[in-house]
Write a protein that binds this ligand. Sequence first.
Ligand code: ATP
Ligand code: MG
Length: 322
Amino acid sequence: MKEVSLLDSKKNVVLSIKGLSKTIKKKQILHNIDMECYAGEVFGFLGPNGAGKTTTIKTVVGLLMLDEGEVSVCGHDITKEFEDAMANVGGIVENPEVYKYMTGRENLKQYARMRGLSLEEIDKAVEAVKLSNRINDKVSKYSLGMRQRLGVAQALMHKPRLLILDEPTNGLDPQGIKELRDILKQLAHEDGVCVVVSSHLMSEMELMCDRVGIIANGSMIGTYTMEEIVSRSKGKYSEYTIETDDAEAAKAALGGSAGLIAQGTTLFLRLNSMSAKADIAATIKNLVNNGINIYSVHPKESVSLEDAFIELTGTEGDGQIV
Ligand SMILES: Nc1ncnc2c1ncn2[C@@H]1O[C@H](COP(=O)(O)OP(=O)(O)OP(=O)(O)O)[C@@H](O)[C@H]1O
Ligand SMILES: [Mg+2]
């Protein structure tokens, strides 16, 4: 197997989907899907309910046959070289299969035996998902977040280059989402795994993903970096809040231009999304050069991200699933 170098990881295609179509019971569910995901990134697979995310993921992990198109993992075509392709795939689709009356470790041991894996892999996988302290507890005593971690550990045991998770944050509380996010980012950014996560919430993907692919009604709308999504948002503006000693003084230092609102110690800025990154950097520099103390700078993008998602997927109508 080719080693992943973090330096060239961005260009290392792990999952390639070309012209994927699928019809179930005479209804065409997937239409000519194209998608590429790289080593070292967290890729968000986003779409409203019924868009075709689970169907696509089931095809990639070998649970569904494809009708047309090509899917390959690490260069292995899943139809022609199924075993070589699957050796590189770890996934959770719907609920991971675990035995509640066993401990987490017993479950992983059982899985290792079934897959012919060495038991040493268990500790590494458990360490990666930060479940070491509770791994000897019975799964029946686990919270949902712990069960998710156990599922990810199981999916990681054979060291897959592609980790694909269908709606992994479903049912997790904000703290659980943050913890899972940190684990997945670490796997991608530090270990070079290609992590693909599906979701129907753009706001959730914002902090987790490097890129997103958007699917609606079984068709791929496109793949975007998070910045591209922001710049596509309806208002085309990104908002920031800056905490200072005196917002009026900060506003005056910036020439009081349009898009600035001062309220006590908080300065609100509205910047054109296309140039927001450069503009916020210039604004901060400007304030500091004018002797203004800055205590914090916060982007407020989540609303416009949801707007961008709704605009791209055309789901604004009456909310009916088509
Ligand atoms: N076994 C099946 N038989 C008939 N239709 C199916 C089957 N599986 C999926 N579909 C249909 O395919 C479409 C896509 O379903 P899929 O589960 O892939 O969507 P999804 O994007 O995962 O949605 P969600 O966000 O609700 O999980 C839906 O219209 C669904 O009804
Ligand atoms: Mg689904």
